[in-house]
Design a protein around this ligand. Structure first.
Ligand code: ADP
Ligand code: MG
Length: 276
């Protein structure tokens, strides 16, 4: 199964370029990452950050408080936006303007999570937008800002950024651990989803939200996943809301292939399904 998928895999950079189309139109990119733990979501987000930095002059704001002892994303590191602002006030040169990735870690000395409020990251992004500075927020676990499908904060600055921020260059790359507690804004306002192997509820949710045109819901549970050694993982499909599946399986780091995704209007064909 894994062998068959490897034979047909397309370079993830092709998917990244497609998912960043909005950046080339001067808009904020909104892209979701879904799939079982250990299948490659965080690694794909890192690749997407690199692709965003190449495609845009914008800033990347990462909420990286998942582990108190292991930082997942590289960048200039602060506790939270308040810490960043007070340090800039004390010493404006504390921020290297050439380094456009800012990582918020919370306070790891406080143990798990470190008390980072994801809403504070969205509020900081809105301040950048007011200064005409495009940016993308990275929420590896956006469901942490929600409870029972609702935003914990009402009104939510994260929800506002999804609903209204696109034209002001406010983007988000987001992932979820618990799909049953997913609020609607990220799904309804994202242009693309990177979907790794998963079964059941997440697939049904994607189908309900209009991301599974072209029969891709039958393919997602059969993608190679965490049964592979870590260095071989990272297979995903690229879904576009209300548009047919392109029939391709992607992976970052895969040998570059000449095959390009078909034009957006091309209808899916049964023969284009990968044999898995
Ligand atoms: N395209 C890839 N190439 C090489 N290793 C990968 C790839 N995608 C994922 N991995 C590795 O697989 C492991 C799990 O990936 P990770 O992104 O942490 O999964 P998730 O965020 O879905 O839990 C990590 O060790 C990661 O480095
Ligand atoms: Mg992860």
């Amino acid at each position: 199964m894994a062998e068959a998928a490897r034979a047909k895999v397309t370079d993830g950079e092709v998917a990244a370029a497609e998912a960043l189309t909005s950046v080339r139109h001067g808009e904020g990119p909104r892209v979701g990452f879904l799939g079982d733990p250990g299948c490659g979501k965080t690694e794909a987000m890192r690749r997407m950050i690199a692709a965003y930095l190449r495609a845009s002059s914008g800033v990347v704001l990462v909420a990286d408080d998942k582990s108190a002892w292991r930082q997942q994303f590289e960048g200039q590191t602060f506790k939270d936006p308040a810490d960043l602002e007070s340090r800039i006030q004390a010493d404006p040169s504390c921020l290297d303007q050439r380094q456009r990735v800012i990582v918020f870690r919370g306070d790891p000395s406080r143990g798990a999570r470190g008390g980072l409020d994801l809403e504070s990251v969205a509020r900081f992004q809105a301040k950048l937008a007011a200064k005409r500075r495009p940016s993308v927020c990275i929420y590896d676990e956006i469901d942490r800002a929600t409870v029972n499908g609702m935003w914990q904060q009402n009104p939510s600055d994260i929800a506002w950024s999804f609903g209204k921020g696109r034209e002001d260059g406010m983007g988000a790359f987001w992932g979820l651990q618990q799909t049953q507690s997913a609020p609607s804004e990220p799904f309804n306002n994202s242009t693309h989803m990177f979907v790794f192997r998963c079964v059941g509820n997440p697939v049904m949710l994607l189908k309900r939200r209009g991301y599974c045109e072209g029969g891709v819901d039958a393919v997602i549970p059969r993608l190679p996943g965490d049964e592979l050694p870590k260095a071989q993982r990272g297979y995903f499909v690229l879904l576009r809301r209300g548009r047919p599946w392109d029939g391709l399986v992607y992976r970052f780091g895969a040998p570059r292939v000449t095959q390009k995704p078909p034009a957006q209007s091309a209808p899916p064909t049964a023969g284009a399904l990968p044999a898995m």
